[in-house]
Every structure is written in structure tokens, then in C-alpha cells.
Design a protein around this ligand. Structure first.
Ligand code: ZN
Length: 434
């Protein structure tokens, strides 16, 4: 086992970025090889104290074995990694340089950030990762793993240690990659210069990439919109395509780039749950029947109740833009599978995806029934109240009216919000079914 370095919670809303700390560390470590791709591990997106992306990092160092491969470039020099490593001894030098880098670059101006650093030759069990991406990890669940680590530091509180250990615990089942390009320090905070046409062309030029550009909203999802050191990031399924894709995008000067193996776009945060099992801070896949017509709320959010031994309101928020048009076309009786995160108050499911499994029959009234005796058109007694004959006073139930089947303007299959509104962990439909 190599030396594993876990780093978490060094970014903040003011804009540093945990990946920048990791990239800097990769460049600063001497005398040890990088083993495997650096890993960017997104954790539960519904944790209330998360910063922007709730991403933690795992880097492995050691004495490399096998044929090295390029994972990045720094100031024109290739950054290499090895596929395997010899068993590692504890390294005080690595611990020292890692701590120095975190202390120097973590954004300690932000009162919320609690950077965590762990160096360990043991990988915590996979269950720690699964809990951290799907639920809230209690402190007592990480304590034993921390004791077995070579070194840990948490200068502002222990929260970051949970994410750091969870990043070490990730064993990729489904995985994607992201190449991140960084700006030289003097450019931080200034508007980024990235050629839009080149980003727009990525989907076609590199079919294994995704979440590049949002046509509907004219938005470059590859470019961060915070003052962080990242210039742009391109996500995809095939690692070797990403540096090539990066080179096709004309940009301002970049100081370095680095390829990350990530759990982004995997839906790892989702668990099948019944309505009764929905708790705050979790995400879920729920199958159920649309129980009432969707309504548009003030602010443009669209909401409908979903029934499955209990009812929960499902909400497509305004920023999901065109996705709401799909949700509005749902009708009572439709069977759907929804994916999303649970909001506590008011209890609802914030939609990340909707799959239409079966369309219910939708009918509209064409005419009132005719009286069986008088052969005349009956009169409505009001909504749901049925009909009455004006001549013989005979009554008929609401269902006696003549109905016509309405063609549905909705196809079966999965739907997702536009690129602009997608979460890091949400698996885009472009990746195909899991
Ligand atoms: Zn009659």
C-alpha cells in the first residue's frame, strides 16, 4: 500500500479550491512518486455545512512500479504517475510538506472552512465512503480509522478529517475523469478568457466528454464562476481523451493541468427509498405515481405530489429551466421514477432526474351524458357532483359523461435538467444507463 494523503474542506465560498491544494502538493513532493491518478471525491451534496462542491481529495505516493503515465503538466514539465507501488514506510517528509501546503493554501479567512489532512498507509473500509456520499458520517465512525493513520491535522476543527478519510475510502466502481487547468496566481479573480466556440465544439469532437456547454442557457459549464484558481475543467469517461480535449480549447495562459479520477457523474449518492424512508440530508430514487396535477409556484418552481405508500412533494426548481416543462406535462396516474435530494422544511424532494415509466390514461370530457329515458342532454351539477336530467330529474355519476382520450405530449424515458443545473454527482444521460 502506498502512502495515501486525504485532504478536505480547504475551499470556501470566497474561492480557494481543494483541488488546487492537491495539485500544488503533487508538484511539491520530492523523492516519492505519484501512484495512480489523483482522486477528486465528491461527498454528500446535501450536507448543510458543505462549501461549493463538497469535494475531497486523495493522493497516493510511494516508490512507483510499472510503466509511468502522464497525468498532468506543470510549467511545461510532464507530471507522471505509476500504476502500482512498493509497500511504503512512514514518511515524515511527506507529512511535513502536506501540512505546509494545506496551511499555506487553505482558505483560513473563511470562518466556515475546517481543513482536514490525513496521511495513512491503510485504506479505510469502502463503507465509510458510501456513508459519506449518501448520509451524514458521525464522528465516532471515523475515529478508529484516524487512530490507525500515520498522521492527521485539523487546524480549525475536525470536520475536514471526515471528508479526508472518506476520500481515502473510495474504491471506484463507477468512475469518470476530469482534467483541471489552473491559472497563474496573478490571474486569480480576473475574468477568465476561454473561447466559447471551442467549448461548444467539445460535445461533438470528444463524444466521451460531458457537461461541457449548455445550449439552452448559453452557459459554459467547463468554466468555474467563482474566483478560484481553476481556469477550466473538462469531464469525461476516458482519461486519455481529456488532455487532447483541453488542447483544443483556446484560453489564456495556464500554469498547469492535472487529470483526476472522480466519482462525479456516477449517481453514487442515490439510494432506492420508499417515501417513508426519506430523511433530511439524503438523496434518493423513489418510484411512485403522480397523485395530482403539477402546479407552478411563485418564483417558477414546479411541484407535484408523488405517492408510494405515503406522499412526498417533488419540486423542480426554477434554475432547472426547461426541465420544468417536462415536469409540467406529468398527469395524475403517471408512473415515474424520480431522483433527488430531500429537503427538510417543507419536506420535499428536489428533483435531479425524472424517468417516465408508464403514462396514465388522460381523458377530457367531450359532452354531458344523455338521459336514458328522455334522450336529452343532462345538466352538470358542478365539479365531481354528477349530472341531472332537467325533465325527469334522473341523476348520473360524473363518469357517465362522454370522455375522449387525450394524446400525451410526453414520451416514456428519462429526463434531466440542463447542464447548468446539474450536480457534480448526477449521472448525465449522455453517459448511458449505469
Ligand atoms: Zn330525463
Amino acid at each position: 500500500m502506498p502512502l495515501l494523503v486525504g485532504i478536505d474542506d480547504t475551499d470556501s465560498l470566497q474561492g480557494m479550491c481543494t483541488t488546487h491544494v492537491a495539485a500544488e502538493l503533487v508538484c511539491r513532493v520530492e523523492g516519492l512518486d505519484l501512484i495512480g491518478y489523483p482522486r477528486l471525491v465528491r461527498l454528500n451534496p446535501n450536507i448543510p455545512w458543505k462549501t461549493r462542491g463538497n469535494g475531497a481529495l486523495c493522493l497516493a505516493f510511494g516508490e512507483g512500479r510499472g510503466v509511468p503515465f502522464r497525468v498532468g503538466e506543470d510549467g511545461g514539465e510532464a507530471l507522471m504517475a505509476y500504476p502500482a507501488a512498493a509497500p511504503a514506510a512512514r514518511s515524515r517528509d511527506l507529512e511535513e510538506v502536506a501540512l505546509e501546503t494545506v496551511m499555506e493554501l487553505a482558505d483560513l479567512r473563511d470562518g466556515e472552512a475546517q481543513p482536514g489532512l490525513v496521511v495513512s498507509r491503510r485504506r479505510p473500509p469502502a463503507s465509510l465512503y458510501w456513508t459519506a456520499v449518501r448520509e451524514v458520517v458521525p464522528w465516532k465512525a471515523v475515529e478508529p480509522h484516524l487512530r490507525r493513520a500515520d498522521f492527521h491535522a485539523a487546524p480549525r476543527g475536525r470536520r475536514g478529517l471526515i471528508g479526508a478519510l472518506a476520500a481515502l475510502a473510495w474504491r471506484p466502481e463507477d468512475r469518470t475523469f476530469e482534467v483541471l487547468a489552473y491559472r497563474p496566481e496573478e490571474a486569480w479573480g480576473s475574468p477568465r478568457r476561454v473561447r466559447k466556440e471551442d467549448v461548444q465544439a467539445l460535445d461533438l469532437r470528444f463524444p466521451t466528454t460531458f457537461n461541457n456547454y449548455d445550449e439552452e442557457n448559453d452557459y459554459m459549464a467547463t468554466v468555474p464562476h467563482s474566483p478560484c484558481p481553476v481556469l477550466l475543467g473538462i469531464r469525461g469517461d476516458v482519461a486519455s481523451d481529456l488532455p487532447k480535449a483541453l488542447m483544443t480549447v483556446r484560453t489564456e495562459a495556464m500554469s498547469r493541468w492535472l487529470l483526476y479520477e472522480t466519482n462525479q457523474a456516477t449517481d453514487d449518492h442515490l439510494v432506492d427509498r420508499a417515501v417513508a424512508e426519506l430523511r433530511p440530508h439524503v438523496s434518493a430514487t423513489v418510484e411512485g405515481v403522480v397523485a395530482a396535477p403539477p402546479k407552478t409556484l411563485q418564483g417558477g418552481h414546479v411541484i407535484f405530489p408523488l405517492a408510494n405508500s405515503g406522499e412526498v412533494d417533488c419540486v423542480a426548481y426554477e434554475p432547472t429551466k426547461g426541465f420544468r416543462h417536462v415536469v409540467r406535462r406529468l398527469h395524475p396516474g403517471d408512473l415515474v421514477r424520480v431522483r433527488g435530494s430531500v429537503r427538510d422544511v417543507p419536506r420535499s424532494l428536489n428533483l435531479e432526474k425524472v424517468e417516465v415509466v408508464r403514462l396514465g390514461t388522460r381523458t377530457e370530457k367531450v359532452a354531458n351524458p344523455t338521459c336514458p329515458t328522455c334522450r336529452r342532454r343532462m345538466k352538470s351539477l358542478g365539479r365531481e357532483a354528477g349530472f341531472r336530467c332537467r325533465f325527469c330529474r334522473a341523476r348520473a355519476p360524473p363518469a357517465a359523461a362522454r370522455h375522449r382520450r387525450v394524446d400525451r405530449d410526453l414520451r416514456l424515458g428519462p429526463y434531466e435538467p440542463p447542464v447548468v443545473a446539474r450536480r457534480h454527482l448526477s449521472r448525465p444521460l449522455r453517459r448511458g444507463p449505469r
